[in-house]
Design a protein around this ligand. Sequence first.
Ligand SMILES: [Zn+2]
Length: 112
Amino acid sequence: MPRAPKLIGARRKSKRVDNRQSASKRGYGYRWGKYSRQRLREYPECVSCGREAEATDHIIPVTGPDDPLFWDSSNHQSLCKSCHSSKTASESNGMKIGRDNYRRAGVRGYGG
Ligand SMILES: [Zn+2]
């Protein structure tokens, strides 16, 4: 009897799904928290006002950890609480405009 070739996964469309997406689908999970704390030790000042930063912000808003820009360090900046919340507020007002502006500013990695 010839051995039948195994075809497990042969018809799967996903190319490489190597990050666990279920638990931390919304992003900002344990791994992000850890990364952010480390980064804030390296970059402790708010890039906007120079005060003590409390959050690592995504320059270009991301949808979650499967967004290619989520872990792109060129898309990270330290912000203090007040600058972060005002940025978040303006993003929810005009996210599309914001993305467009950032792209024009030449932030690497935004492929559309
Ligand atoms: Zn600030």
